[in-house]
Design a protein around this ligand. Structure first.
Ligand SMILES: NC(=O)c1ccc[n+]([C@@H]2O[C@H](COP(=O)([O-])OP(=O)(O)OC[C@H]3O[C@@H](n4cnc5c(N)ncnc54)[C@H](OP(=O)(O)O)[C@@H]3O)[C@@H](O)[C@H]2O)c1
Length: 274
């Protein structure tokens, strides 16, 4: 059975990267889609991209900043009035800025919390009644950094650990109403966000991520939708993520010692560089 066929799916961050890849796959499965992001031109380009792949796709776009709670409430009221109650909500909108903890700007910490946690909260809260009516499914995008904290990601990890905690509590709260909640935790994925992050990574962070395999957005989208079909709460994307989460659970000392060694080596190399 295809749960996506003819269902309405809202995808925040649907104009790029992982959100766009999820929207493409949803369209291929026959879902009706509402793409949500801030920039109208990127939304139009994403819509054209999806329609070029699935010519009969139903794709609407809504330009919205998910951190603006009043605007979110207004926009979601229009979405439900015009296109009906969504059966799926994918909260993919997110922001990441790595940097060393000393001197990390508070404004960037606030932005990360606002987009990654509060944005997810705002859209979910505005649509929760509609999701109850459809006995729907919410998928919040956290990260592998929301399960294992690594150097250079104090702000981002804090926001993504918060998304995991929020999702776990919400799962328990909405299960009695027949609404499912999942949290997607991908490792590094080849998107514009990752490209932007590379420019800001401290050398120790770059050394750690150099060891990780980079996923394609479509690989993540595929794992995400099969996790949704299977009704899984925690959806891990990528073999690295599976291994790292296993190590953290059963041999944390081994994981932390390995990470600390990589960081120490990178620090020494940076200090001894001419
Ligand atoms: N790429 C990775 O390696 C990776 C790994 C793990 C988790 N993730 C998470 O996956 C999610 C998607 O990331 P991505 O890599 O696909 O990023 P991306 O390609 O940069 O896409 C981010 C999307 O979010 C939208 N967005 C950003 N801020 C927004 C706001 N305030 N309101 C509404 N929309 C907003 C962007 O459009 P506008 O800028 O036009 O608003 C864009 O559509 C994020 O939550 C990210 O943290 C990414």
């Amino acid at each position: 059975m295809n749960p996506f066929r003819d269902s309405l799916a809202c995808v925040t961050g649907g104009s790029s990267g992982i959100g766009l890849a999820i929207a493409r796959r949803l369209a291929a499965h026959g879902a009706r889609i509402v793409l949500i992001a801030r920039t109208p031109e990127r939304l139009s380009a994403a819509r054209a991209d999806i329609v070029s792949l699935v010519p009969d796709a139903s794709v609407e776009t809504v330009a919205l900043d998910v951190t603006d709670q009043a605007a979110v409430r207004q926009a979601t009221a229009v979405i439900t009035a015009q296109w009906g109650d969504p059966r799926f909500l994918f909260n993919c909108a997110g922001d990441a800025l790595p940097g060393q903890f000393d001197g990390y700007p508070r404004a960037d910490l606030h932005r990360m919390m606002a987009v990654n946690l509060e944005g997810t909260w705002n859209v979910t809260q505005a649509l929760v009644d509609a999701l109850r009516r459809t006995r729907g499914h919410v998928v919040n995008v956290s990260s592998l950094a929301g399960l294992v904290g690594t150097t250079g990601y104090t702000a981002y990890a804090a926001s993504k650990f918060a998304v995991v905690g929020f999702s776990e509590a919400l799962r328990n709260e909405l299960a009695v109403d027949g609404v499912r909640v999942s949290v997607l935790c991908p490792g590094d994925t080849d998107t514009p966000q990752l490209a932007a992050e590379q420019a800001h990574k401290p050398p120790e962070t770059a050394a750690l991520s150099a060891r990780a395999r980079v996923l394609s957005p479509d690989q993540v989208a595929k794992v995400c939708l099969s996790g949704v079909r299977a009704g899984r709460f925690m959806i891990l994307a990528g073999g690295d993520a599976q291994l790292i989460v296993w190590l953290k659970r059963f041999a944390p000392w081994m994981l932390f010692r390995t990470m600390d060694r990589v960081v120490l080596r990178a620090r020494r190399e940076t200090r001894s560089a001419p």
